[in-house]
Design a protein around this ligand. Structure first.
Ligand code: RFL
Ligand code: PHB
Length: 393
């Protein structure tokens, strides 16, 4: 069995694990990343698209924002669509001039993998962490399975950046962690299509048939989502039906049709909220989706994951440079305050834009909320500030 010794062992090469590794390596803190999947897989997994203002700055400051600044699309507003009309929320005007950047998560991952390889820091793909031990001692260890055999890793600390279904959060004894959870009666069917975006800005749409979202990845590639019932499967949604339904929901009196094109990717994901409290157990620190899930309507998941590791990297830095563990001690509380704000915002957006199929009272309330956002500058300002820069600290 191969023995590995490092300061921080990182599980998972999603945005959280990769950025944490990068921030630590830049400061000379020794770390190793273990990723269950192949490089090809993680670099092509289609997920998030919206990067907040402060998180884009974080990536730039870390020296991994060059391609994002060049190819990312900077947006100053979004559209809210309902009752066949479109209403612009002027994000930048309402949020102190700040903007969002539309740039695919898999591009962030590619940039971070490239930076890691350039630094020559260790990153193992197809290396599955199978168990964690000694988390409450000062020498925690991991067992890692690879095609070439197993590794035993000992470290000072472990960062669990391995998503909801990873091993890290399950290593915390059940009686020491509180799990808050909500499932929503919707899923999102998402597609990537070779079709020029309908407008320059994202469109969040509420229609009586359900939610729709028009996003994009480039001037040629669109990213669209349909709210569907949780039991629905991709088999029930041939291309023609997807386009018909998107066209129907997104139609306005001014623009009754949307452009169509070949569908390059498709997937269905359930909408959920999860928060684990605390995000620490002994020398194990959770970051990103391993500690919390938000429904995607607020576009916060990746932003929260990156904000967690900004806090965690600062805490490790204080520990290694000054022997000061105060930031590690407040890590969980610091992050959870932001996480709950993101849960609140994501719930607000979800509940405003996904019509209930059963509760007409709920639908009346939703319409009142939407009308308030598009007529009250105070209400629009709250939305804009949360959308653009909730994860600022
Ligand atoms: P990830 O990206 O899931 O990475 C975890 C990694 O850990 C690996 N792993 C293991 N490795 C080794 N050993 C094990 N035992 C392991 N178990 C797991 C996994 O293979 C994986 O590579 O978590 P991370 O880094 O915390 O990042 C979180 C984000 O991926 C997620 O929050 C976002 O994608 C959420 N999200 C959005 N976030 C935004 O900020 N803006 C958006 O616009 C946005 N849109 C979305 C989204 C998520 C979506 N889906 C598919 C749920 C839209 C959708 C449709
Ligand atoms: C995306 O572009 O994938 C996207 C945009 C906004 C969201 C969620 C996903 O709220």
């Amino acid at each position: 069995m191969l023995e590995v010794r490092t300061q921080v062992a990182i599980i998972g090469a999603g945005p959280a694990g990769l950025l944490l590794g990068h921030l630590l390596s830049r400061e000379g803190i020794d770390n190793v990343i273990f990723e269950h999947r192949s490089r090809e897989y993680v670099e092509h997994r289609v997920r998030a698209g919206v990067i907040e203002y402060g998180i884009a700055e974080l990536l730039s400051d870390a020296g991994v924002g060059e391609r994002m600044r060049r190819d990312g699309l900077v947006h100053h507003g979004i559209e809210l669509r309902f009752d066949r009309a479109s209403h612009r929320v002027a994000l930048s005007e309402l949020a102190g001039g700040k903007s969002i950047t539309v740039y695919g998560q898999q591009e962030v991952v590619k940039d971070l993998v490239a930076a890691r390889l350039e630094l020559g820091a260790p990153l193992y793909f197809e290396a599955e962490v199978t168990s964690l031990d000694g988390l409450t001692t000062d020498r925690p260890s991991l067992e890692v399975a690879t095609s070439e055999g197993s590794m035993r890793v000992t470290s000072d600390f472990v960062a669990g950046c391995d998503g909801t279904f990873g091993v890290a959060n399950r290593a915390i004894p059940e009686n020491l962690v509180r799990r808050y959870e909500r499932t929503y009666p919707f899923s999102w069917l998402g597609i990537i299509a070779q079709a020029p975006p309908a407008t320059e800005e994202l469109i969040y749409c509420r229609h009586e048939n359900g939610f729709a979202l028009y996003s994009m990845r480039s001037p040629e590639i669109s990213r669209l989502y349909l709210g569907v019932r949780p039991e629905e499967t991709l088999d029930e949604w041939p291309d023609e039906r997807i386009w018909e339904e998107l066209s129907l929901r997104l139609a306005t009196d001014a623009v009754p049709e949307i452009g169509r094109g070949p569908i390059l990717e498709r997937g269905i994901s359930a909408l959920r909220s999860i928060v684990l409290e605390p995000m620490r157990y002994g020398r194990l620190f959770l970051a990103g989706d391993s500690a919390h899930i938000v429904p995607p309507t607020g576009a916060k998941g990746m932003n929260l994951a990156l904000a967690d590791v900004r806090a965690l990297s600062r805490a490790f830095l204080a520990r290694y440079q000054r022997g000061d563990e105060a930031l590690l001690d407040v890590y969980s509380d610091t992050c959870l305050e932001r996480v709950w704000r993101a849960e609140e915002f994501s719930t607000f957006m979800t509940q405003m834009l996904h019509p209930s199929y059963t509760d007409e009272f709920e639908n009346g309330v939703q319409m009142a909320r939407l009308r308030q956002v598009v007529t009250s500058e105070a209400a629009a300002t709250v939305l804009a500030r949360n959308y653009v820069n909730l994860c600022s600290v």
